[in-house]
Design a protein around this ligand. Structure first.
Ligand code: MTE
Ligand code: MO
Length: 405
């Protein structure tokens, strides 16, 4: 089998941009976050992407300006980008790419070409939200280390690919498989840095919605979102959604690696999550699994001026780990009374759900709008941050202020 270095050219600096980075200046008011955060941030761009809010350049971490979330599906060229390591192939030739399926818990190790992957299995499509575990980490109080994400380390897309289950079955998955280990084509620049390798429980890998995806919103995956193929784990935070996936390995014991432990852990019992990752649990903590119920106000932008006596539409999106959104409620009086918002089309239980609410500010002055989602298993958002050292699962109720004149 070829090593990944043989078929992937890795640029020494990690990222290679002709002529260097292109700065597009500073984000203006149009990119202000709805919570009124001071988070305007610098816009930067990656080849093939529109200007996005740049959190770091090496490795590339870019978030999507909230205005794009007024669309049900996030455009590929505005979709956020998150990498841990700077050794990212500058381009991958799908004809040279191989996906190795191996491990002690498969009967027949396989190596798939791009053609095998796209032609030898049934193709399916799932609408699913891809959200970084650390989305909104920048709002953590006290501050915690890590990429200081605002609201934009999230995006909704239609993922097309094949079921990971079908690929594993083709390799003859054995009953003793406990975890499926996923590796990608990017790697560390320094030998000391642990390679980004993740595992998921065998049961989640065998879920019919877990995919090896090769298309996103009807197009090939953008390079920065995992071309030519990535893992899609609907309902679970994106840390498991391995990009440029090259290895899938089934093992009969828990996988030990830095990115599974100590990284990506949450304290046990603090969050209302149902999915467990039992083989990785310790007495104190557990790997992050599904997303908690959450929502975001996407328009109008905070601080907007409106006319007293004229109707305004507040809109946004709501999501959870796949149980489905039951209701979104809006409060115009700091949470004393709540009105039911109108829900948009149900695009599938792993997609986010759009919502909107029309109201008329009767008097001039400041109006505060709060929004909260409730899912079909009765979970809702919190008003106080549930603090945790990595800044995960921030589902604090969002608010915007509107000035009526
Ligand atoms: N190969 C590879 N896959 C990866 C990562 C990475 O660093 N390398 N980061 C993961 C994390 S933490 C996130 S949030 C998502 C981000 O997906 P995106 O860059 O397509 O938005 O990719 C996941 N898959
Ligand atoms: Mo992430």
């Amino acid at each position: 089998m070829k090593t990944r270095r043989e078929f992937l050219k890795v640029s020494a600096g990690g990222l290679l941009l002709a002529g260097g980075a292109r700065w597009s200046g500073w984000a203006g008011a149009a990119n202000e976050l709805p919570s009124g955060a001071i988070e305007s941030g610098r816009l930067g761009s990656l080849p093939g992407k529109l200007p996005l809010i740049q959190k770091s350049f090496r490795p590339p971490n870019f978030e999507t300006p909230v205005s794009y979330f007024n669309e049900a599906f996030t455009p590929n060229n505005a979709f956020f980008v998150r990498y841990h390591l700077a050794g990212i192939p500058e381009a991958i030739d799908a004809a040279q790419w191989r996906l190795a399926v191996s491990g002690e818990s498969v009967e027949n190790p396989l190596e798939l070409t791009y053609e095998n992957l796209t032609r030898d299995f049934e193709t399916v499509e799932v609408a699913a939200l891809c959200m970084c575990s650390g989305n909104r980490r920048g709002f953590s109080q006290p501050h915690v280390p890590g990429v200081q994400w605002g609201h934009g380390a999230i995006g909704n897309a239609k993922w097309r690919g094949v079921r990971l289950r079908d690929v594993l079955n083709k390799a003859g998955l054995k009953k003793d498989a406990v975890e499926i280990v996923l590796g990608g084509a990017d790697g560390p620049v320094l030998d000391k840095t642990p390679d980004f390798v993740k595992s998921i429980p065998a049961w989640k890998a065998m879920d019919e919605n877990t995919l090896v995806a090769f298309a996103m919103n009807g197009e090939k995956l953008p390079h920065w979102n995992g071309y030519p193929a990535r893992i899609v784990v609907p309902g679970w935070t994106a840390t498991y959604w391995m990009k440029h996936v090259t290895t899938i390995s089934a093992i009969a014991q828990p996988f030990k690696g830095f990115w599974m432990n100590p990284a990506y852990r949450i304290p046990k019992g603090k969050f209302p999550v149902i999915d467990r990752f039992v083989s990785q649990e310790t007495d104190a903590n557990t790997p992050i699994t599904e997303m908690v119920v959450n929502s975001m106000i996407t328009s109008p932008e905070g601080g907007r001026k409106v006319r007293a006596g004229e109707a305004v539409t507040v809109a946004g999106v709501a999501w959870d780990g796949g149980y489905g959104i039951a209701t979104v409620e809006v409060s115009l009086d700091e949470g004393k009374n709540w009105q039911t918002a109108q829900l948009g089309a149900d695009l599938g239980r792993y997609s986010w759900r759009q919502w909107s609410h029309r109201f008329t500010p009767a008097r001039a002055g400041r109006h505060t709008v709060l929004a909260r989602a409730i899912n079909r298993v009765g979970a809702t958002q919190t008003f106080e941050l549930i603090f945790n050292p990595a800044g995960y699962h921030n589902n604090v109720v969002q608010r915007i202020e509107i000035e009526a004149t």
